[in-house]
Ligand binder design. Sequence first.
Ligand code: MTE
Length: 404
Amino acid sequence: TPDKWVKRDPRLVRLTGKHPFNSEARLDTLFAAGFLTPTSLFYVRNHGAVPKVNADRARNWKLRVHGLVQREATFSIADLKRMFPVVTLPITLVCAGNRRKEQNMVQKSLGFNWGAAGLSTALFTGVYLADVLEYVKPQRPSSKHVVFEGADADLPNGPYGTSQKLPVAANREKGMLIAWKMNGLDLEPDHGFPLRMVIPGQIGGRSVKWLTRIEISEVESQHYLHFNDNKMLPTQLGAQQARGEPHWWHDPKYIINDLNVNSAIAEPNHGEVLPVHPEDLVESQYQIKGYAYAGGGRRVTRTEISLDEGNSWALADIVYPEDLYRSVVVEDPVYGSLDLTERDTSFCWCFWSFNVSVEELTKCNAIMVRATDESQALQQRDMYWNATGMMNNWWFRVAIHHER
Ligand code: MTE
């Protein structure tokens, strides 16, 4: 396969055939690794071959910023470092297909199975897209969109690309980065070496890897995968029907950008065996644990647990490890500044936990979790099945099977 030269951790579970490479870690492995995902366990979603970029080509990497601007520019990574403030932010990326396996079990969608580990968090270092846009000066009022393009080697329908609306992209608070480091080291080839976009709070598909070009335009991206991926079509449309009717894919109403609120149970994991001894029944406690996230920079405000199939819900405890970074001001040759001090937005997953007596656990048939975000969006009881199998966020459920 074309990616033979790319080093990959054997703990990443392949989700599709030999090529391209798509993978997630096991949920228990990802969860045990903690708030910042080691780069080797970070999920990978590639549409084509990884561009082979040696050190020389990386040094001469050119990012062209052009289109409806007053000052076109081409930047090397050294130029970006020199011309703009370098910042580091912890950011969770989530594939829009996270949890798609549950949808495919109900009815096969057009997409492949992801478990609940299609998300990962890293410290990304780069410059704000907003600062670069300010430098090139988009022409008003004609410029409306910011289009990104990557250098994927072998895509059948042209390069990978997508876009953002200009007012969103130009807002520094959205935290969009043109990044070259991940967890303090150069990006790995699978994650966009040497340069990528990192778009917090939106589906991973907007974070274009191997970034070569940014165009300020009157129209949205015309890239094939901008229209034919990362859409959430109405549930009434079956997979085959959707594939055959291109007009749905071109209807701007069905694009997905901001992530929706979501959560999952990591402990106990599906299929995990919990040995229960008679003496455990007296006083022992079990701690149920998992993650939650929301989109658009919104914070998860509640996570709730049900042990009776959703009839009643109890409040779980939440911790936000992202907040630990807010009080830190670093000026560092590698990281630049850790720019969270004045930011109110939430760009990362958070963790919840809930104590239950072992006795109670042995009596219930399932554990469920649901989260709410600060816009009061609440995960729903029912799955919203859709042809592309995107953004599945119904209540997460781990069934309990009793053995004796
Ligand atoms: N950028 C390019 N150039 N090519 C791609 O195939 N995949 C996108 C996005 N950026 C993709 C890309 C999708 S769908 C996702 S979910 C994220 O990259 C995944 O980023 P990761 O592989 O670093 O986790």
